[in-house]
Write a protein that binds this ligand. Sequence first.
Ligand code: ASP
Length: 325
Amino acid sequence: MTLFKSLFAATALVASLVAGTAHADYPERTITMVVPFAAGGPTDTVARLVAESMSKDLGQQVIVENVGGAGGTLGAGRVASADADGYTILLHHIGMATSATLYRKLAYDPLNAFDYVGLVTDVPMTIVSRKDLEPTDLKGLIDYAKANKDTVTVANAGIGAASHLCGMLFMSAIETPLVTVPYKGTGPAMTDLLGGQVDIMCDQTTNTTKQIQGGTIKAFAVTSPERLKIFPDLPTAVEGGLKDFNVGIWHGVYVPKGTPADATAKLTAALQKSLKDENVVARFAELGTVPSPESDATPEALKAKLESEIARWKPVIEAAGQYAD
Ligand code: ASP
């Protein structure tokens, strides 16, 4: 072997060892899971359950950091520009797809700034109101909203959030624009709904179940095609008179683009295990949802979902003609 060849071989060996040792032991420290909404809300609830379970498998803490604001785009932007080392990950929902069209300027490209870990769950929504709002069923709520359109307030978690999307679909279905009130997440919005400072909200069962069951808010409908086991008496939005009103809020885990493949693979394996964790399955069921099957908790399935959902919502949002800068 010439000197040049042996030097080259030695350099290649060192490089591969460095790359190997850099990630063979991944994770070697705490992982931060960014939730792009405030603490105490539905995305936060899902993230904390999954993060706790993933920590067990990964042998390192996965801690949740809430970076709320601008409908989830601030938190997503934060992860897009984080080091691609597997130590900053993002749990986001359908807003990743809707914000791609809703925002004229985003600090990141939703389709090119991330690598994919996998889908997590698809959560039904509920149309709810403060406890003492007059109407008692969906038809009554629609009539009431139409009659009081300048004063009825609808809470959401900012443009691009699931609650914003569902609220927009509601207003478009009843052909009546209502006054919207944005929050950093529907956790704080729920506090105001309970306190009577805001009237209506459409939000995931992962945030509304406890309050509906406790009678501290009023529920009018679920947005799933079928009624939910946890609320057998609550009609679907379609049964209540809103044609084709089916909305499910899918969630996925992402990493910054360029994250080492072996780190992403470990995260996918840990996510898949967490979705079979008895505690996660039981808590999800209590909150009206189910974990994604293993075949969906994969990078390929999440990538395909994001691409198809961006294409699905683009014309709907363009037809509504409401954008954020
Ligand atoms: N899921 C909520 C929404 O998109 C936000 C949150 O998790 O707080 O409306």
